[in-house]
Design a protein around this ligand. Sequence first.
Ligand code: MG
Length: 163
Amino acid sequence: MDFRIGFGNDIHRLVESRKLIIGGIEIPFEKGCLGHSDGDALFHAITDAILGALALRDIGWLFPDTSQEFKDIDSAILLKKVMDMCHERGYRINNLDSTVILQRPKLASYIEKIRTNISEITDTPKTNISVKAKTNEGLGYIGNSDAIAAYCVVSLIRSTDDE
Ligand code: MG
């Protein structure tokens, strides 16, 4: 068995007139994520964690924000591309643990849908996908709802006995 561990994080500004997209879901709120893509900080942290585990640099290097190709792109597409790179190298996700830090709105009622999305995109059992949500206790720019942050650790496994 060959194991790898990866870590990813991301932060996006929250501004009016943008959609709030977290884990592939549009969540009703007065502000949304500023970004070249759809600004899905959770998907970006997960994507970076997988790239990190594979030592394949980072999401900004792979999908530059100077490229029109990635303008307003659904971040699920970026995550799928990186999962393809993962599978091409013989790895699959063993388990994934993530945290979203957002002052408002509460994410509790969206967590299961987000876990299902990640499970489907990464072809990983939902029982191996963890998504946690916390506030920033009202402190700083995240506490003021001026930003959203996300963190992810992932373990990849490559089994030479697969299939
Ligand atoms: Mg990002």
